[in-house]
Design a protein around this ligand. Sequence first.
Ligand SMILES: Nc1ncnc2c1ncn2[C@@H]1O[C@H](COP(=O)(O)OP(=O)(O)OP(=O)(O)O)[C@@H](O)[C@H]1O
Ligand SMILES: [Mg+2]
Length: 241
Amino acid sequence: MIELQNVSKSYNKGRVKAVDDLTLTVRPGEIFGFLGPNGAGKTTTIKLIVGLLRPDAGTILVDGIDNRRNPVAAKAVTTYVPDTPAIYERLTGLEYLNFIGDVYGVPKADRLRRIEKWLEIFELAEAVAAPIQSYSHGMRQKIVLIAALLPAPKVMILDEPMVGLDARSAHHMKAMMRTHCDGGGTLFFSTHIMEVAEKLCDRIGIIHKGRLIAHGTMEELRARDREDQSLEKIFLELTER
Ligand SMILES: Nc1ncnc2c1ncn2[C@@H]1O[C@H](COP(=O)(O)OP(=O)(O)OP(=O)(O)O)[C@@H](O)[C@H]1O
Ligand SMILES: [Mg+2]
């Protein structure tokens, strides 16, 4: 569960209002897709949820925990994949995964089983012994995704997770997102890929200039005389102004 109540955030002493009075709830078991034009406020919202930024106003609850009052408890139930991951280049992939496993206190047996499974799925079993500085863009993205899966968190927050993934990895990624939520997890992700959002998400939110201008299921978004419309069309229409 993720709950944002009247959350606002501005930069440059109020000159740029990046997130403007945002209220939304993502329930357990739900994949929530967060869409919006470049600069709309998606990454800012995500950084507020994971506690990397402080809101100017409003409250954020993660699994019922106030992320300002109990930041460590909120972080313990959440994993996060940033848009441009900063990872420890000199660690090998395996060292990095074990480091994340230690931080989250993942028991050894679970850790080995999960690491083996995800390395196999994302075809990273060979590369995992090499330092991360030798990884391609997509390989880095995959190791960070595996790190986010490793703790089997209640809440996953992903900022444009498909960027750089090849077709097979993107396919596995989508299946993984579904499995996470079918097991009762909550997943919030931003994307520019309309087809992915349309097919994968239980609910969608569209942010434009910091304000949530639409949210709901695909059916609900279509409801206002937009029958049979694709998400792309709805998005283009809503963000035109
Ligand atoms: N550190 C910062 N300092 C000043 N302004 C910022 C900062 N980070 C973001 N902004 C501004 O806040 C607004 C929202 O940016 P944000 O990164 O949240 O957008 P986004 O929706 O993630 O965009 P994109 O699709 O390009 O990733 C933009 O106007 C941006 O210029
Ligand atoms: Mg962004």
